[in-house]
Design a protein. Structure first.
Lengths: 313, 487
């Protein structure tokens, strides 16, 4: 049926049109061939592990023996009935909200400042971007020393300027430990946000700003009414990327606090790590991974929706 | 005709195909693994009694041992290893040994040819593979899952724990062999062997080649400056702490933020207060809420309340603690003999006025002891094809005096009785002297250990009580008896 259809079609088309269609089809096929390796790679190293993780979440497995026992939803039940999980979930959400807000705001403000004719702005760009280039382990160790209660730089500085009453074991006090770690994350990440905003600012036409100024807008008015609305897609991108990174935060927690004191800085990812690689509970760890995946996807979608709705308004 | 023969792929069909491929891959991932899994026996087809009950609040799997793990573990114990089998190992034998301590490599390789003193016809072709410690757990677990593990697996208790490997039937139970080879068993220091013994010595899944222990290091100059002597009782320690604080010197320091040294402090106190109850709780033969263990945690709190511990202890890591001691801002630190291998980092002259002492007596009738455990410690993989030569090599390395002499320069202690008059350094000598009476510095249950250490952090902050710490530890501990402790 299809052959005869094609035959009829070919009999109705003229020579040059048919040749063009053939050329286009050949071109498309080559294109598909080029992306095939990526598709295969994606299937093997993303889809397969993802499916395997979902499967594992229904099993009990140590990760090294051949004994895998199907336990149904018990892993999920164990996860949800564990107080440490809820502490980690609360910390992760707080971490994501605070880091995303601060890092996006700080990156945006600095980008706006450095987009002006400020003296030495190129030097500042390099300076602010430098922490991004340093490994998280190094940053964590460095700040660990700064936060040390007895000879750390921060407490020393506070004492020197007469604010010794504020000195405390920053990473050993559950009231402030999470915020201390977030501040390090923001310190390391704001340069990256700033660079993305600087790139976005290149697309904001000078003509529009000048027209607004001619109409009597102040500098702040130009930023508020012209620059920020045009930067909205970049703000959405930066916020989404930061949020996803923050929801998965692990390395900095692992090096700086190991989730302590008494789980005060535990995040979903650090809990997942300990379940998988310290306690050898691969099933429970997989269940946590599935929960984290769903949570990350839901928050990303929600954030995109909110940003899109705002841009429509 | 040519049009009919050409393969036409529209965007729609390509996307459909891709989607199908994704779905197929995901389905393949969900399919049963190629490795044989446990057949649905009565023990595994349905959740066990323990699993069926409501789980505790803590992250436990709460699963009773399955028939499979029991059978594997017992199979491990019934290998044909015997002293005669070791003697029968002749010629050049290949042994693969995975480790995460590269600094020991040269020393081991150097003494290994001496194996002919014990087994004249045996030559070991040793492949000692050193893996960076961060990668080690995953390498070992992957190799075990793939059925391609080394003959000797070094234990890295934080992630490749003896308990998990033994419960999974991956290690040979050496107890039956040691029953036959009394020369080996009696040749080792009982305190060294104790860390590796399960259920009072009815199982040995690993054996130590070297051990270490933890004592209080102190700065003699700062003690002199504050006019204090080495304390022998808790009251003397409190008085010393007060005198040191008067000189603006922090008294005792150890790491709490990275947990493990805080665990050493707890174990040091438990050695005097709880004794064998600690190991019993670890083996699930007693509760972590036992009076003696709660009393131990109360003694820890007393250290905090009486100003013995450095300010801001909850935010101090083990590295910070070492730095405080090296900067001579703290007069005492709780640390192990292994710190002797890092003296090149110390300020010049500091070690000359450093000494060590046993943590003081905390109650009447108690005996101060060091807490110690294995340092170099390995087990035989149950499916090893070179069990006899591997064990022969291990026996040589643990019993031969020349082979044991390699550990002292590395800051580790031999596992055989040692003439301490030959140890020149007084600090090392004190550690070696303390070893025969050392209390086991080990909590095998990683879940209980994690809960205990997190709880100690909360205690140091003043956020939880000793009773709450022990209660959480009990709830977090592995549920049910270990499979290999049933026999």
């Amino acid at each position: 049926m299809r052959v005869s259809d094609s035959h009829n079609l070919s009999s109705q088309t003229t020579g040059p049109v048919q040749a063009d269609a053939r050329r286009k089809q050949k071109y498309d096929n080559i294109g598909y061939l080029f992306i095939l390796p990526v598709v295969v790679f994606f299937c093997l190293f993303f889809i397969y592990p993802l499916g395997y993780t979902i499967r594992l979440s229904f099993y009990e497995w140590t990760g090294f023996s051949n004994d895998m026992t199907f336990v149904g939803l018990r892993n999920l039940h164990d996860v949800f009935s564990n107080w440490v999980f809820w502490t980690a979930a609360k910390n992760t959400i707080l971490y994501a909200i605070v880091q995303t807000s601060l890092q996006t705001a700080l990156g945006l403000i600095l980008a706006l400042v450095l987009d002006s004719r400020l003296l030495g702005r190129e030097m500042f760009k390099v300076l602010f971007f430098t922490p991004v280039l340093v490994s998280i382990a190094v940053v964590s160790l460095l700040w660990g020393r700064i936060f040390e209660p007895n000879f750390g730089l921060l407490n020393g500085l506070l004492t020197k300027i007469g604010l010794g009453v504020l000195a405390r074991p920053w990473l050993g006090d559950s009231q402030v430990a999470l915020f201390a770690v977030i501040s390090v994350s923001v310190w390391q990440g704001f340069g990256y946000s700033m660079v993305l905003f600087l790139a976005g600012l290149q697309n904001v036409l000078e003509d529009l700003k000048e027209a607004a100024k001619i109409d009597g807008a102040s500098d702040l008015g130009v930023i508020w009414h012209i620059t920020l609305p045009l930067l909205r897609p970049v703000i959405a991108l930066v916020a989404t990327l930061t949020l996803i990174g923050a929801l998965k935060v692990f390395e900095i927690i692992y090096v700086m606090t190991s989730g302590g004191p008494n789980h005060a800085t535990e995040t979903i990812s650090s809990l997942l790590y300990y379940e998988a690689f310290r306690f050898n509970h691969m099933g429970i760890a997989s269940a946590i991974a599935v929960v984290l995946l769903i949570g990350t996807m839901a928050m990303s979608i929600l954030q995109r929706r909110v940003m899109e709705r705002e841009s429509e308004i | 005709m040519s049009v009919n023969r050409s393969i036409r792929i529209s965007r729609r069909s390509f996307l459909s195909g891709t989607l199908l491929a994704f779905a197929g891959t995901a389905l393949a991932a969900c399919a049963p693994a190629a490795q044989p899994t446990v057949q649905p026996t009565a023990a595994t087809a349905a959740p066990t009694a323990a699993a069926a009950t409501a789980p505790t609040a803590a992250p436990t799997t709460a699963v009773e041992p399955t028939a499979a793990t029991e059978s594997t573990a017992s199979a491990a114990g019934s290998t044909s290893l015997s002293p005669d089998a070791l003697k029968a190992a002749k010629g050049k034998q290949k042994v693969v040994w995975w480790s995460w301590t590269p600094q020991k490599n040269d020393s081991i390789m150097k003494v290994l040819p001496g194996i002919t003193r014990m087994y004249p016809d045996l030559e070991i072709d040793l492949e000692r593979r050193n893996i960076e410690w961060g990668q080690y757990p995953q390498m070992v677990k992957t190799a075990l899952a793939a059925g391609n593990a080394p003959d000797i697996i070094d234990i890295y208790e934080a992630a490749v724990s003896t308990m998990d490997l033994a419960a999974g039937g991956q290690l040979v139970d050496l107890a039956p062999y040691l029953e036959m080879d009394t020369e080996w068993k009696k040749g080792l220091l009982p305190s060294a062997l104790k860390s590796d013994s399960w259920n009072g010595g009815s199982h040995y899944f690993t054996l130590p080649l070297s051990v270490n222990n933890v004592m209080v290091w102190y700065n003699k100059s700062l003690f002199e400056k504050a006019g204090v002597q080495v304390p022998t009782t808790l009251d003397e320690l409190k008085a010393a702490a007060k005198a040191l604080r008067a000189q603006k010197i922090q008294p005792l320091v150890f790491g709490v933020s990275d947990q493990w040294q805080a665990g050493d402090m707890f174990l040091t106190l438990a050695a005097q207060i709880a004794g064998d109850k600690l190991r019993a709780a670890d083996m699930r033969q007693a509760k972590w809420t036992d009076d003696s263990l709660v009393a131990t945690m109360k003694a820890f709190k007393d250290l905090l309340d009486s100003g013995i511990l450095a300010d801001g202890i909850s935010g101090i890591s083990s590295t910070d603690a070492g730095n405080l001691y090296m900067a001579e801002k703290a007069a005492m630190m709780l640390n192990g003999s292994w710190a002797l291998s890092g003296l090149d980092q110390w300020p010049a002259g500091l070690f000359d006025h450093t000494g060590v002492f046993l943590f003081p007596k905390v109650k009447e009738g108690a005996t101060p002891v060091a807490v110690g455990d294995y340092s170099q410690n390995g087990g035989l993989w149950v499916n090893s094809k070179a069990l006899a030569p591997a064990l022969a090599m291990y026996r040589f390395l643990s019993l031969d005096k020349e082979a044991q002499a390699i550990w002292l320069p590395l800051g580790e202690i031999p596992v055989i009785p040692w003439d301490t008059s030959t140890v020149k350094d007084p600090v090392m000598k004190a550690f070696v002297d303390a070893q025969p009476n050392a209390f086991t510095r080990m909590i095998y249950d990683s879940q209980a250990n994690a809960a205990l250490l997190a709880g100690i952090q909360g205690l140091c902050e003043g956020k939880v009580t000793p009773e709450e710490v022990m209660d959480t530890t009990e709830k977090s501990a592995r549920q049910g008896e270990l499979p290999f402790l049933k026999d």
